[in-house]
Write a protein that binds this ligand. Structure first.
Ligand SMILES: Nc1ncnc2c1ncn2[C@@H]1O[C@H](COP(=O)(O)OP(=O)(O)OP(=O)(O)O)[C@@H](O)[C@H]1O
Ligand SMILES: [Mg+2]
Length: 205
């Protein structure tokens, strides 16, 4: 089973959006996906209800995801994606999601505001590495990128220069994505490429 946590230190860094789209894109690849909304705000869960997702979604904003999820996830599920709250606000919940996950995806816009908060995310993962509970693979996902802007390449190389890996696929800023909350998730766009990359990583997990 593929276990993914979508995370970041900050709020508003496209965690919920990426969870929703990636879950649907992996579903399109024939995977049986369960979305776990670990954010007390419950945005993903609400979106799944209002948007009548086919993808099963549960709300579980708790600090012991890593011990509880193995007993909760049905056998029929082969991908679990956890939408986490901001690390800065709910460190316990995020740490437990990271302990459960094999793959951590750090979604962020290529801006200085988001870039300068990355070290806090790496520190949280490093601390879990010390107790052998960190995700085996971590990737940054650049979202809300602007076509032809230098920021995408600049922040990609800055992140890679710091020794961290960035998914090749980036998600452009799109009005259709900005307005997607509450609707069915249909036009998956770049997230189809993200899903293929994630499935490519799965063999290394
Ligand atoms: N590719 C995109 N293009 C345009 N808007 C986007 C894109 N991705 C996300 N957004 C918008 O950015 C805002 C923040 O996204 P989202 O709610 O997914 O972030 P979050 O990290 O889950 O936030 P929170 O920490 O509050 O849960 C939302 O208004 C969302 O619609
Ligand atoms: Mg969210």
């Amino acid at each position: 089973m593929l276990k993914i946590a979508i995370t970041n230190l900050k709020g508003g860094s496209a965690k919920t959006t990426s969870t929703a789209y990636l879950a649907h894109a992996l579903g399109l690849q024939g995977r049986h996906v369960l979305v776990v909304d670990a954010d007390p705000q419950g945005s993903a869960l609400r979106w799944s209800e209002v948007g009548e997702w086919q993808t099963p979604t549960i709300g579980l904003p708790v600090k012991d995801l890593h011990t509880r999820l193995p007993g909760i996830v049905p056998d029929s599920i082969d991908v679990v994606i956890i939408d986490t709250p901001p690390l800065a606000e709910q460190a316990g919940v995020v740490r437990s999601a990271l302990r459960y996950a094999d793959l951590a995806i750090v979604s962020m816009a290529p801006t200085m505001l988001e870039f300068e908060r990355l070290p806090d995310v790496w520190q949280a993962i490093d601390e879990l590495e010390e107790i052998d509970q960190a995700p085996r693979v971590t990737r940054v996902l650049l979202t809300r990128t602007v076509a032809n802007a230098r920021s995408t390449a600049l922040f990609r190389s800055a992140i890679e220069g710091g020794g961290h890996q960035v998914l090749a696929t980036v998600v452009p800023r799109r009005e259709s994505i900005a307005q997607a909350f509450g609707a069915q998730v249909t036009e998956l766009g770049a997230y189809e490429g993200v899903a293929l990359e994630v499935l490519g990583l799965e063999v290394t997990l």
